[in-house]
Design a protein around this ligand. Structure first.
Ligand code: SF4
Ligand code: SF4
Length: 90
């Protein structure tokens, strides 16, 4: 399994998830952040850290955000050089 990031992240991108991810598997995207599907260890730390409930365990993704399963997976196919997201600037 993995975790995915859905539409509510777009425009917010406050990086709360990046701060708490223990394996640095959250990457920069053009309009949102993305979780690397094979690097994610399913620890659930990021999900409650997101202020807009944009993060879901893949199997718990609500119907309205199901298209984001493919969007997240495709991102890493289309961007093999994706870079790890930076934490918030302090
Ligand atoms: S579930 Fe854990 S490992 Fe996966 S992206 Fe969230 S914080 Fe990182
Ligand atoms: S915490 Fe939520 S809104 Fe903030 S960057 Fe992560 S997924 Fe996007």
């Amino acid at each position: 399994m993995t975790y995915i990031i859905a539409e509510p992240c777009i425009t917010v991108i406050d990086r709360g998830c990046v701060e708490v991810c223990p394996v640095e598997c959250i990457y920069e995207g053009e309009d949102q952040l993305y979780i690397h599907p094979t690097e994610c260890v399913d620890c659930d730390a990021c999900r409650p850290a997101c202020p807009v409930d944009a993060i879901f365990a893949e199997s718990d993704t609500p119907e309205q955000w199901k298209s984001y399963l493919e969007k997240n997976a495709n991102y890493f196919v289309e961007h093999p050089d994706a870079v790890v997201a930076k934490p918030k600037e302090s």
